[in-house]
Design a protein around this ligand. Sequence first.
Ligand SMILES: Nc1ncnc2c1ncn2[C@@H]1O[C@H](COP(=O)(O)OP(=O)(O)O)[C@@H](O)[C@H]1O
Ligand SMILES: [Mg+2]
Length: 237
Amino acid sequence: MQTSPPILGTEHLEKTFAGGDAEATVAAVRGVNLSVGRGEFVAVTGASGSGKSTLLHMLGGITRPTAGRVMLEGVDLATLDDDALAAIRRRRIGFVFQRYNLLPELSLLENVSLPLALDGVTPARCETAARAALEAVGMAHRASHRPDELSGGEQQRGAIARALVTDPAVVLADEPTGALDSANSSRVVELLQRLVAERQQTVLLVTHDPAVAAAAGRVVRMRDGQVEFDSAGTSRP
Ligand SMILES: Nc1ncnc2c1ncn2[C@@H]1O[C@H](COP(=O)(O)OP(=O)(O)O)[C@@H](O)[C@H]1O
Ligand SMILES: [Mg+2]
């Protein structure tokens, strides 16, 4: 069905956390095969401890797998050294976390500029791109505000703008609505849906909330480190 090559894929992906002894060893992700196309909105669900965050961290190059591969835009992340991996993380992946992680000393505009500024982009270009990203999430009117002057929902929309500012291949969001009330949660989800539809943005979102998962085009359910169900009908590339 998929005509273009997947933007993000895994092959037999595994992560084991070594403990002090064999009993303390945790197989957090156990052989995940996933293939995600451009413009897909995928919800990753499953009980607490089923390996969702560990999977997301490997997809985003935060954690290196114990075995198997992550392919992002045709590149096997395992072939990259730490510097090259950090560059991919900065440029091609947008992260959104439950706790918005905006820096309190900086204005929203400065927060959103940060991924570009850290990458050596000139201040003028940073500002142009950050304003455009804030525009895209409906937060341009709050550009000069500090995070503590914003509601949780507004902060999360700002964090999404920060994730988008580099025009990433994929946005990875780990329970982005977990700290929001239902009205703000709906706004964030509608925003992500719109980004997927209008920009062909690829989004993978971890959630416990069935209402949030229902908004995605595809649901992948994890259980004990494995894909238990994939509404795309197959978990293989
Ligand atoms: N850094 C770590 N060290 C040891 N065990 C970990 C670590 N991160 C996660 N785990 C374990 O791996 C399993 C999966 O965790 P996680 O991916 O956070 O699940 P989820 O996000 O679905 O709640 C859990 O048993 C958890 O305790
Ligand atoms: Mg988690």
